[in-house]
Design a protein around this ligand. Structure first.
Ligand code: ZN
Length: 359
């Protein structure tokens, strides 16, 4: 994740800021300068955005710490210009748990808004437009109150996978089951995403980005849930490839390049007497060529510590792992010996066949 700056940890969770966040800060400074604002006003605007994102971090921590109560850990929280993302290791399949986790984020903003409402003296008159468009020390906390309210309202929109959409999916799942519930929530999410993009063209370019994010988020989460449903009850043995080319650790990079060109494999298992000793990807091969290691044995450049699956393992587990790690392939063992290879493409083929048979 070299695209992100590590800010440290809160409650053991890494807090990262994506580099595009700088564009947001730059944009704020630029627009303040265009309005002819002085240094103090510009700095105040930047401080305001930082404070909003502090609220966003607290919102994401609400999700993450609730998830922790259900035994789900969170690797990191990433701040993007369009908001925060808590990377939960998984979304609980229990709808009640998903519901609680989804609500916990906006609930934090409700608490922040409530505290601000308590401590701020009430305004004597209804503020004019100027009040909302120019940040001053006098209206700073008032605007923060409104922003937190906006965050609650925006997250209530049932645009899966945004919080409101997750609430909807969880509620539907109580009645319809998770697979059907996800399908409905994702379809609605995509519809709303198109609407966001449309509105965004007229009012706010950030809404376009959020729309795109929601559209593809809904698409991919729905696809994964539907796929996992097809894989239920199947074993790795059924979805693995048994026709595949392996490499010996003593073969050279040149030999491996030959096999890469002649066959359809991009990535290889390195095997010695039926024992898996490593894996070698196309990327690693190309890198070795660049480093002029063409005569080196593959054992020099392969990945040695490789996770392997067993023929008896659940196919859904292998699929989830491949999605999570983005690993190009995993060796499959039977009685400790190499029996096959599993990758995302092959599992997708398995799903394709199964879904064709189901019709
Ligand atoms: Zn949230």
């Amino acid at each position: 994740m070299k695209w992100s700056l590590n800010l440290g940890r809160i409650a053991g969770i890494k807090i990262l800021v994506h580099w595009t966040f700088l564009i947001l800060i730059g944009w704020i400074v630029f627009s303040e300068m265009q309005r002819g604002s002085d240094m103090t006003t510009t700095l105040l605007s930047v401080a305001f955005v930082m404070t909003i994102f502090l609220c966003v971090v607290l919102h994401e921590l609400g999700h993450a710490l609730t998830a922790r109560r259900y035994g789900v850990s969170t690797k990191m929280i990433t701040l993007l210009p369009i908001g925060g993302v808590a990377s939960l290791e998984r979304i609980p399949e229990n709808p009640k748990q998903e519901l609680m986790i989804a609500i916990a984020g906006p609930a934090v903003n409700v608490v922040i808004a409530f505290v601000l409402w308590l401590i701020l003296p009430s305004l004597n008159e209804i503020p004019g437009e100027e009040f909302f468009t120019r940040i001053t020390p006098a209206n700073f906390l008032y605007l923060l109150f409104f922003v937190n309210l906006m965050l609650v309202i925006f997250n209530a929109i049932p645009a899966f996978p945004m919080d409101g959409g997750r609430v909807l999916r969880a509620l539907l799942a109580f009645k319809l089951g998770r697979v059907r519930a996800t399908q409905i929530a994702a379809n609605l999410g995509q519809l709303l995403a198109i609407f966001f993009v449309f509105i965004g063209f007229f009012y706010n370019p950030f809404l376009i980005l959020i729309g795109i994010f929601v559209f593809f988020g809904a698409w991919s989460e729905n696809m994964i849930v539907q796929h996992l449903d097809f894989l239920r009850g199947h074993l790795v043995r059924e979805g693995m490839m048994t026709n595949f080319v392996t490499l010996a650790p003593t073969e050279t990079v040149r030999d491996a390049l030959g096999k890469l060109l002649k066959g359809s494999e991009h990535d290889f298992v390195v095997e010695q007497d039926g024992q898996v000793v490593g894996t070698l990807t196309r990327m690693q091969l190309i890198q070795a060529v660049k480093e002029e290691k063409i005569e080196s044995p593959v054992s020099d450049i392969m990945t040695q510590e490789v996770k392997a699956f067993n023929v008896q393992d659940k196919l859904a587990e292998a699929y989830t792992e491949l999605q999570k790690t983005k690993a190009p392939l995993y060796p499959v063992l039977e009685n400790g010996r190499l029996a096959g290879v599993i990758n995302t493409d092959n599992i997708n083929e398995f799903i394709l066949i199964k879904s064709a048979l189901a019709h």
